[in-house]
Write a protein that binds this ligand. Structure first.
Ligand SMILES: [Zn+2]
Length: 268
């Protein structure tokens, strides 16, 4: 809600921001001490099989907040573009408020190579999904949640028939269960998972969604605790995390290193 004091009009990417979105921008810029940089960019590789990216955001090494919106939005309404900008500002606001990011430590290995190379995108998706729970009230209050259509995953899941399921399918099911808010569409996705024989991903996705829904995290340490409970669902292995003491932006937010648990002496 707007108070009595007239506030300066804020624009990003030519879009006039509502009072509430402006307040998110001002908090981020105030805490970082620098203006947010925004740009349109091609965010999807040409071979992206659906489930395309609408926007991304991150902090540069110098602590500048960056918001990137897919260039397809140039042709869409201001209101839709504002929804994507607002969503990314909410992620940046969590960074500015000291919410952690999580990174595989270099020594963690998978069958397909170092986890930091092959599994980091899945962990980033998990963190996003947890953060969406943290700022779900803002997305609902502004109506942005109804503007951003996430259901294009149905088609890519259908096309993936015959492929084996993995962590990405677990995450995508959990995201649908948490964010689509539409039992009929979720039922459709469930049938696709069953037809694809993605039984493990279906069970894992349900457990992941239940775990995240029940947790309702409100603080950085609650996010870390929830993240640690989610990892065994995703990887069927236990991990521990510790702050990366060499992280250059640690004055803004922690970066937690994901490490394999110290081996117990007796177990074999
Ligand atoms: Zn997001």
């Amino acid at each position: 809600m707007v108070g009595d004091t007239p506030r300066q009009e804020n624009r990003l990417l030519g879009v006039r921001l509502s009072a509430e979105v402006s307040s998110w921008l001002e908090e981020v810029e105030g805490k970082l001490g620098k203006e947010v940089y925004a740009e349109f960019a091609e965010l999807d590789p040409a071979d992206a099989g659906g489930d395309y990216t609408l926007g991304t955001s991150y902090l540069t090494g110098a602590g500048v907040g960056v918001v990137r919106v897919d260039e397809s939005f140039r042709a869409r309404s201001e209101r839709l573009t504002e929804a994507v900008i607002g969503h990314e500002l909410l992620h940046l606001r969590l960074r500015a408020r000291g919410y952690p990011l999580f990174l595989f430590a270099p020594e963690v290995q998978t069958k397909h190579g170092p986890a930091e190379d092959v599994e980091q995108p899945n962990v980033n998706d998990l963190v996003s999904m947890i953060e969406h729970r943290v700022f779900a009230p803002e997305m609902r209050r502004t109506g942005f949640d109804r503007l951003i259509d996430l259901t294009n995953y149905l088609d890519s899941a259908r096309r993936a028939r015959g492929r084996a399921d993995g962590q990405a399918e677990v995450l995508n099911y959990a995201r649908a269960a948490l964010e689509w808010d539409d039992p009929a569409l979720l039922g459709e996705l469930t049938k696709i998972y069953q037809a694809n024989r993605w039984t493990r991903a279906l069970a894992g996705g349900r457990r992941l969604a239940e775990t995240i829904r029940a947790a309702d995290p409100q603080t950085p340490s609650q996010v870390t605790a929830l993240f640690l409970r989610c990892l065994p669902i995703l990887y069927r292995a236990e991990f521990r995390v510790e702050p990366d003491t060499r992280f250059p932006l640690a004055r803004i937010h922690p970066q937690m290193l994901i490490r394999a648990p110290r081996p117990a002496r007796r177990r074999r």
